[in-house]
Design a binder for this molecule. Structure first.
Ligand code: PLP
Length: 392
Protein backbone atom coordinates (compact mmCIF):
# COMPACT_ATOMS: atom_id res chain seq x y z
CA UNK A 1 0.00 0.00 0.00
CA UNK A 2 1.08 3.53 -0.64
CA UNK A 3 -0.41 6.80 0.50
CA UNK A 4 -2.94 7.72 -2.18
CA UNK A 5 -2.84 11.43 -1.41
CA UNK A 6 0.93 11.48 -1.86
CA UNK A 7 0.70 9.38 -5.01
CA UNK A 8 -1.81 11.82 -6.48
CA UNK A 9 0.45 14.75 -5.59
CA UNK A 10 3.49 13.07 -7.16
CA UNK A 11 1.47 12.17 -10.22
CA UNK A 12 -0.12 15.60 -10.65
CA UNK A 13 1.69 17.62 -13.32
CA UNK A 14 3.35 20.84 -12.19
CA UNK A 15 2.79 22.96 -15.30
CA UNK A 16 5.83 25.19 -14.76
CA UNK A 17 8.20 22.26 -14.30
CA UNK A 18 6.54 20.33 -17.12
CA UNK A 19 7.13 23.21 -19.53
CA UNK A 20 10.68 23.66 -18.22
CA UNK A 21 11.36 19.94 -18.84
CA UNK A 22 9.80 20.21 -22.32
CA UNK A 23 12.11 23.18 -22.99
CA UNK A 24 15.19 21.17 -21.99
CA UNK A 25 14.18 18.39 -24.33
CA UNK A 26 13.35 20.80 -27.17
CA UNK A 27 16.69 22.63 -26.74
CA UNK A 28 18.51 19.29 -27.07
CA UNK A 29 16.54 18.61 -30.27
CA UNK A 30 16.77 21.94 -32.11
CA UNK A 31 19.49 23.88 -30.27
CA UNK A 32 19.11 26.11 -27.20
CA UNK A 33 19.25 29.29 -29.32
CA UNK A 34 16.07 28.27 -31.14
CA UNK A 35 13.87 27.88 -28.04
CA UNK A 36 12.46 30.98 -26.29
CA UNK A 37 12.11 29.63 -22.80
CA UNK A 38 10.07 31.95 -20.56
CA UNK A 39 9.00 29.09 -18.29
CA UNK A 40 10.84 29.15 -14.96
CA UNK A 41 12.11 31.77 -12.52
CA UNK A 42 15.77 30.82 -12.50
CA UNK A 43 17.73 34.05 -11.88
CA UNK A 44 19.89 34.98 -14.85
CA UNK A 45 22.30 37.26 -13.01
CA UNK A 46 25.20 35.71 -11.12
CA UNK A 47 25.28 35.62 -7.32
CA UNK A 48 27.12 38.66 -5.91
CA UNK A 49 30.88 38.34 -5.29
CA UNK A 50 30.26 38.16 -1.58
CA UNK A 51 28.80 34.66 -2.09
CA UNK A 52 31.91 33.33 -3.81
CA UNK A 53 34.14 34.85 -1.11
CA UNK A 54 32.04 33.44 1.71
CA UNK A 55 32.06 29.95 0.12
CA UNK A 56 35.85 30.11 -0.23
CA UNK A 57 36.21 31.14 3.41
CA UNK A 58 34.09 28.18 4.49
CA UNK A 59 36.12 25.77 2.41
CA UNK A 60 39.42 27.19 3.64
CA UNK A 61 38.38 26.73 7.28
CA UNK A 62 38.12 23.62 9.46
CA UNK A 63 36.70 20.88 7.18
CA UNK A 64 34.79 19.23 10.03
CA UNK A 65 33.15 22.48 11.11
CA UNK A 66 32.36 23.35 7.48
CA UNK A 67 30.05 20.36 7.15
CA UNK A 68 28.73 19.88 10.66
CA UNK A 69 25.12 19.70 11.84
CA UNK A 70 23.80 22.91 13.32
CA UNK A 71 20.95 23.06 15.86
CA UNK A 72 17.62 22.33 14.12
CA UNK A 73 16.51 26.01 13.75
CA UNK A 74 19.95 27.02 12.45
CA UNK A 75 23.40 28.10 13.55
CA UNK A 76 22.92 30.52 16.51
CA UNK A 77 25.41 32.96 14.97
CA UNK A 78 23.47 32.92 11.68
CA UNK A 79 20.15 33.49 13.46
CA UNK A 80 21.77 36.39 15.33
CA UNK A 81 23.06 37.86 12.07
CA UNK A 82 19.60 37.63 10.46
CA UNK A 83 17.89 39.20 13.50
CA UNK A 84 20.34 42.08 13.57
CA UNK A 85 19.93 42.57 9.81
CA UNK A 86 16.14 42.84 10.29
CA UNK A 87 16.73 45.45 12.98
CA UNK A 88 19.17 47.41 10.81
CA UNK A 89 17.25 47.22 7.55
CA UNK A 90 13.68 47.69 8.78
CA UNK A 91 14.15 49.38 12.15
CA UNK A 92 12.17 46.51 13.64
CA UNK A 93 13.07 44.71 16.87
CA UNK A 94 14.04 41.10 16.15
CA UNK A 95 15.41 38.35 18.34
CA UNK A 96 17.47 35.38 17.09
CA UNK A 97 15.08 33.05 18.94
CA UNK A 98 12.32 34.01 16.51
CA UNK A 99 14.37 33.24 13.39
CA UNK A 100 14.20 29.71 11.94
CA UNK A 101 16.57 29.02 9.04
CA UNK A 102 14.99 26.97 6.23
CA UNK A 103 15.68 25.47 2.82
CA UNK A 104 14.15 28.39 0.92
CA UNK A 105 10.65 29.84 1.00
CA UNK A 106 9.05 26.50 0.10
CA UNK A 107 9.91 24.85 3.39
CA UNK A 108 9.37 28.15 5.22
CA UNK A 109 5.74 28.35 4.06
CA UNK A 110 5.07 24.63 4.55
CA UNK A 111 6.43 24.86 8.11
CA UNK A 112 4.55 28.07 8.89
CA UNK A 113 1.16 26.76 7.77
CA UNK A 114 1.64 23.55 9.73
CA UNK A 115 2.71 25.58 12.77
CA UNK A 116 -0.22 27.97 12.92
CA UNK A 117 -3.15 26.07 11.39
CA UNK A 118 -5.23 23.24 12.73
CA UNK A 119 -6.51 20.59 10.31
CA UNK A 120 -9.85 21.78 8.91
CA UNK A 121 -8.83 25.45 8.92
CA UNK A 122 -8.80 27.67 5.85
CA UNK A 123 -5.90 29.52 4.29
CA UNK A 124 -6.62 32.42 1.93
CA UNK A 125 -4.52 33.07 -1.17
CA UNK A 126 -4.87 36.05 -3.50
CA UNK A 127 -5.36 34.83 -7.07
CA UNK A 128 -3.31 34.61 -9.20
CA UNK A 129 -0.98 32.92 -6.69
CA UNK A 130 2.10 30.68 -6.58
CA UNK A 131 0.68 27.18 -7.29
CA UNK A 132 2.42 25.39 -4.43
CA UNK A 133 0.41 27.36 -1.83
CA UNK A 134 -2.36 24.87 -2.41
CA UNK A 135 -0.06 21.89 -1.77
CA UNK A 136 1.32 23.36 1.44
CA UNK A 137 -2.14 24.32 2.72
CA UNK A 138 -3.39 20.78 2.04
CA UNK A 139 -0.34 19.28 3.74
CA UNK A 140 -1.28 21.26 6.84
CA UNK A 141 -4.77 19.73 6.57
CA UNK A 142 -6.32 23.01 5.43
CA UNK A 143 -8.48 24.15 2.53
CA UNK A 144 -7.13 26.87 0.27
CA UNK A 145 -9.61 29.67 -0.36
CA UNK A 146 -8.89 31.76 -3.45
CA UNK A 147 -9.74 35.45 -3.48
CA UNK A 148 -9.17 37.29 -6.76
CA UNK A 149 -6.90 40.34 -6.66
CA UNK A 150 -8.30 43.74 -7.65
CA UNK A 151 -8.05 44.18 -11.39
CA UNK A 152 -6.27 45.96 -13.06
CA UNK A 153 -4.02 46.98 -10.12
CA UNK A 154 -3.59 43.40 -8.81
CA UNK A 155 -3.49 44.81 -5.28
CA UNK A 156 -5.33 42.80 -2.58
CA UNK A 157 -9.09 43.27 -2.77
CA UNK A 158 -9.61 43.95 0.92
CA UNK A 159 -13.42 43.85 0.79
CA UNK A 160 -13.35 40.47 -1.01
CA UNK A 161 -10.82 39.08 1.49
CA UNK A 162 -13.01 40.28 4.35
CA UNK A 163 -16.01 38.53 2.78
CA UNK A 164 -13.98 35.30 2.51
CA UNK A 165 -12.88 35.30 6.16
CA UNK A 166 -14.88 33.02 8.41
CA UNK A 167 -14.76 30.90 11.56
CA UNK A 168 -12.15 28.61 10.01
CA UNK A 169 -9.74 31.19 8.57
CA UNK A 170 -6.34 30.97 10.19
CA UNK A 171 -3.95 32.49 7.65
CA UNK A 172 -3.64 34.63 4.55
CA UNK A 173 -0.62 34.30 2.31
CA UNK A 174 0.54 37.44 0.53
CA UNK A 175 3.41 37.69 -1.93
CA UNK A 176 4.83 41.10 -2.79
CA UNK A 177 6.64 41.73 -5.12
CA UNK A 178 4.36 39.25 -6.73
CA UNK A 179 4.83 36.11 -8.76
CA UNK A 180 3.17 35.92 -11.30
CA UNK A 181 1.90 39.48 -11.94
CA UNK A 182 4.81 41.64 -10.76
CA UNK A 183 2.61 43.84 -8.53
CA UNK A 184 4.15 45.39 -5.43
CA UNK A 185 1.62 45.91 -2.66
CA UNK A 186 1.45 49.56 -1.66
CA UNK A 187 1.66 50.82 1.90
CA UNK A 188 -1.95 51.98 1.49
CA UNK A 189 -3.19 48.49 0.49
CA UNK A 190 -1.25 46.77 3.23
CA UNK A 191 -2.43 49.25 5.85
CA UNK A 192 -6.03 48.74 4.79
CA UNK A 193 -5.57 44.94 4.79
CA UNK A 194 -3.96 45.05 8.25
CA UNK A 195 -6.73 47.18 9.73
CA UNK A 196 -9.38 44.84 8.35
CA UNK A 197 -7.57 41.75 9.68
CA UNK A 198 -7.18 43.29 13.12
CA UNK A 199 -10.92 44.07 13.13
CA UNK A 200 -11.80 40.52 12.03
CA UNK A 201 -9.56 38.99 14.71
CA UNK A 202 -11.43 41.02 17.29
CA UNK A 203 -14.84 40.20 15.82
CA UNK A 204 -14.21 36.44 15.45
CA UNK A 205 -12.07 36.08 18.56
CA UNK A 206 -9.40 34.12 16.66
CA UNK A 207 -5.92 34.67 15.29
CA UNK A 208 -5.56 35.37 11.58
CA UNK A 209 -1.91 35.20 10.59
CA UNK A 210 -0.50 37.10 7.65
CA UNK A 211 2.14 34.96 5.98
CA UNK A 212 4.39 37.31 3.97
CA UNK A 213 6.10 35.27 1.26
CA UNK A 214 9.03 37.46 0.24
CA UNK A 215 11.49 35.86 -2.19
CA UNK A 216 11.41 38.98 -4.40
CA UNK A 217 11.71 41.70 -1.72
CA UNK A 218 14.84 43.22 -3.26
CA UNK A 219 13.75 42.89 -6.90
CA UNK A 220 11.84 46.08 -7.64
CA UNK A 221 11.94 48.86 -10.18
CA UNK A 222 11.63 51.71 -7.71
CA UNK A 223 8.52 50.77 -5.72
CA UNK A 224 8.59 50.75 -1.92
CA UNK A 225 8.20 47.29 -0.33
CA UNK A 226 6.83 48.00 3.17
CA UNK A 227 7.93 45.65 5.97
CA UNK A 228 4.72 43.79 6.76
CA UNK A 229 5.39 43.05 10.48
CA UNK A 230 5.56 46.78 11.11
CA UNK A 231 1.97 47.10 9.83
CA UNK A 232 0.35 43.94 11.21
CA UNK A 233 1.51 42.29 14.41
CA UNK A 234 0.40 38.74 13.56
CA UNK A 235 2.80 38.50 10.64
CA UNK A 236 5.18 35.67 9.87
CA UNK A 237 7.79 36.43 7.20
CA UNK A 238 8.89 33.63 4.88
CA UNK A 239 12.05 34.86 3.21
CA UNK A 240 14.24 33.21 0.59
CA UNK A 241 17.68 33.93 -0.83
CA UNK A 242 16.82 32.01 -4.04
CA UNK A 243 16.20 35.16 -6.04
CA UNK A 244 17.86 37.98 -4.08
CA UNK A 245 21.25 36.24 -4.05
CA UNK A 246 20.62 34.14 -7.21
CA UNK A 247 20.92 30.90 -5.22
CA UNK A 248 17.74 28.97 -6.16
CA UNK A 249 19.34 25.54 -6.26
CA UNK A 250 21.14 26.01 -2.95
CA UNK A 251 17.91 26.04 -0.93
CA UNK A 252 18.26 28.65 1.78
CA UNK A 253 15.86 31.09 3.47
CA UNK A 254 14.30 31.76 6.86
CA UNK A 255 11.10 32.24 8.85
CA UNK A 256 10.84 35.29 11.03
CA UNK A 257 8.10 35.35 13.67
CA UNK A 258 7.26 38.97 14.40
CA UNK A 259 8.41 40.17 17.79
CA UNK A 260 5.32 42.34 18.00
CA UNK A 261 3.34 39.22 18.93
CA UNK A 262 3.23 38.82 22.72
CA UNK A 263 3.36 35.02 22.25
CA UNK A 264 6.13 35.10 19.61
CA UNK A 265 8.18 32.61 21.59
CA UNK A 266 5.35 30.07 21.68
CA UNK A 267 4.77 30.50 17.95
CA UNK A 268 8.49 30.01 17.31
CA UNK A 269 8.28 26.81 19.34
CA UNK A 270 5.41 25.64 17.11
CA UNK A 271 7.52 26.58 14.06
CA UNK A 272 10.36 24.45 15.44
CA UNK A 273 7.88 21.63 16.04
CA UNK A 274 6.51 21.83 12.50
CA UNK A 275 10.07 21.92 11.11
CA UNK A 276 10.81 18.79 13.09
CA UNK A 277 7.61 17.04 12.05
CA UNK A 278 8.18 17.78 8.37
CA UNK A 279 11.90 16.91 8.50
CA UNK A 280 12.99 20.47 7.68
CA UNK A 281 15.71 20.83 10.26
CA UNK A 282 19.28 22.10 10.10
CA UNK A 283 19.25 23.89 6.72
CA UNK A 284 22.42 23.37 4.61
CA UNK A 285 25.17 24.54 6.92
CA UNK A 286 27.52 26.05 4.39
CA UNK A 287 24.72 28.10 2.90
CA UNK A 288 23.60 29.27 6.32
CA UNK A 289 27.04 30.73 6.91
CA UNK A 290 27.36 32.11 3.40
CA UNK A 291 24.12 34.09 3.56
CA UNK A 292 25.03 35.41 7.02
CA UNK A 293 28.03 37.09 5.34
CA UNK A 294 25.94 38.48 2.47
CA UNK A 295 22.83 39.94 4.13
CA UNK A 296 21.93 43.22 2.46
CA UNK A 297 24.13 42.69 -0.62
CA UNK A 298 21.65 41.39 -3.22
CA UNK A 299 22.40 40.56 -6.83
CA UNK A 300 22.35 43.43 -9.27
CA UNK A 301 18.78 43.85 -10.56
CA UNK A 302 19.73 46.21 -13.41
CA UNK A 303 19.67 43.31 -15.85
CA UNK A 304 16.07 42.47 -14.94
CA UNK A 305 15.11 46.15 -15.34
CA UNK A 306 16.64 46.17 -18.83
CA UNK A 307 14.90 42.91 -19.76
CA UNK A 308 11.62 44.31 -18.51
CA UNK A 309 11.98 47.37 -20.78
CA UNK A 310 12.94 45.30 -23.79
CA UNK A 311 10.15 42.75 -23.38
CA UNK A 312 7.34 45.18 -22.54
CA UNK A 313 8.27 47.57 -25.36
CA UNK A 314 8.52 44.71 -27.86
CA UNK A 315 5.19 43.17 -26.85
CA UNK A 316 3.44 46.55 -26.72
CA UNK A 317 4.53 47.27 -30.28
CA UNK A 318 3.06 43.96 -31.37
CA UNK A 319 -0.22 44.74 -29.64
CA UNK A 320 -0.06 42.37 -26.66
CA UNK A 321 -1.82 43.39 -23.45
CA UNK A 322 0.15 42.96 -20.21
CA UNK A 323 0.39 44.16 -16.61
CA UNK A 324 3.29 46.60 -16.13
CA UNK A 325 5.47 44.82 -13.53
CA UNK A 326 6.76 46.85 -10.59
CA UNK A 327 8.82 44.05 -9.12
CA UNK A 328 9.97 40.41 -9.43
CA UNK A 329 10.88 39.22 -12.95
CA UNK A 330 7.61 38.02 -14.43
CA UNK A 331 5.29 39.50 -17.03
CA UNK A 332 1.58 38.70 -16.99
CA UNK A 333 0.31 38.75 -20.54
CA UNK A 334 -3.28 38.38 -21.78
CA UNK A 335 -3.69 35.18 -23.81
CA UNK A 336 -5.02 35.72 -27.32
CA UNK A 337 -7.88 33.31 -26.70
CA UNK A 338 -9.89 32.56 -23.52
CA UNK A 339 -8.23 29.15 -23.05
CA UNK A 340 -4.70 29.92 -21.80
CA UNK A 341 -3.68 26.25 -22.01
CA UNK A 342 -4.59 26.18 -25.71
CA UNK A 343 -2.77 29.49 -26.21
CA UNK A 344 0.36 28.15 -24.48
CA UNK A 345 0.17 25.01 -26.67
CA UNK A 346 -0.08 27.13 -29.81
CA UNK A 347 2.87 29.28 -28.61
CA UNK A 348 4.97 26.10 -28.39
CA UNK A 349 4.56 25.79 -32.17
CA UNK A 350 6.59 29.03 -32.40
CA UNK A 351 9.09 27.71 -29.81
CA UNK A 352 7.73 30.14 -27.19
CA UNK A 353 7.38 28.58 -23.72
CA UNK A 354 4.72 30.54 -21.78
CA UNK A 355 3.10 29.25 -18.58
CA UNK A 356 -0.72 29.21 -18.74
CA UNK A 357 -2.44 31.12 -15.94
CA UNK A 358 -4.62 28.16 -14.93
CA UNK A 359 -1.63 27.01 -12.85
CA UNK A 360 -1.97 30.23 -10.83
CA UNK A 361 -5.71 29.92 -10.21
CA UNK A 362 -7.05 32.21 -12.97
CA UNK A 363 -7.87 31.86 -16.64
CA UNK A 364 -6.97 33.72 -19.79
CA UNK A 365 -3.38 34.83 -19.16
CA UNK A 366 0.17 33.51 -19.46
CA UNK A 367 3.24 34.17 -17.34
CA UNK A 368 6.60 35.01 -18.89
CA UNK A 369 9.75 34.75 -16.74
CA UNK A 370 12.09 37.40 -18.12
CA UNK A 371 15.09 36.42 -15.99
CA UNK A 372 16.67 35.13 -19.18
CA UNK A 373 19.36 36.28 -21.62
CA UNK A 374 18.63 39.64 -23.28
CA UNK A 375 19.51 38.10 -26.58
CA UNK A 376 16.75 35.46 -26.18
CA UNK A 377 14.19 38.23 -25.63
CA UNK A 378 15.40 40.09 -28.72
CA UNK A 379 15.34 36.98 -30.89
CA UNK A 380 11.91 35.90 -29.61
CA UNK A 381 10.10 38.96 -31.02
CA UNK A 382 9.51 37.52 -34.52
CA UNK A 383 8.01 34.43 -32.83
CA UNK A 384 5.64 36.65 -30.81
CA UNK A 385 4.74 38.43 -34.05
CA UNK A 386 3.98 35.12 -35.79
CA UNK A 387 1.95 33.94 -32.80
CA UNK A 388 -0.11 37.14 -32.93
CA UNK A 389 -0.55 36.80 -36.71
CA UNK A 390 -1.75 33.23 -36.32
CA UNK A 391 -4.85 34.62 -34.57
CA UNK A 392 -5.70 37.10 -37.33
N1 PLP B 1 7.02 31.74 -3.32
C1 PLP B 1 7.04 32.31 -4.53
C2 PLP B 1 6.08 33.39 -4.82
C3 PLP B 1 7.96 31.87 -5.51
O1 PLP B 1 7.95 32.47 -6.70
C4 PLP B 1 8.83 30.82 -5.19
C5 PLP B 1 9.77 30.32 -6.20
O2 PLP B 1 9.78 30.65 -7.36
C6 PLP B 1 8.77 30.25 -3.91
C7 PLP B 1 7.85 30.74 -3.00
C8 PLP B 1 9.69 29.14 -3.51
O3 PLP B 1 10.97 29.66 -3.43
P1 PLP B 1 12.22 28.85 -2.86
O4 PLP B 1 13.15 28.63 -4.00
O5 PLP B 1 12.84 29.79 -1.89
O6 PLP B 1 11.73 27.62 -2.23
Amino acid sequence: MINQKMFDLGDEPNKIRELFAYGMQRKAEIGAQNVFDYSIGNPSVPAPQCVQRAFEEQLAGDPVVAHEYTPSPGDPAVRRAIASYIERAFGFPATPGNVYVTSGASSAIAITLSAVCEPGDEVIAIAPYFPEYRTWAHTAGCDLVEVPASVPSFQPDVAAIEAAIGERTSAIIINSPNNPVGAVYTRGSLTELSAMLARKEEELGRRIFLVADEPYREITYGAEVPYVPSLYADTIVCYSFSKSLSLPGERIGYIYVSDRMPDAQAISTAVAGAGRALGYICAPVMLQRVIAECLGTPSDVKTYAQNRELLTQGLAQLGYEYVEPEGAFYLWVRALEPDAVAFSERAKGFELLLVPSDSFGVQGWVRLSYCIARDTIERSMPAFRSLMESYR
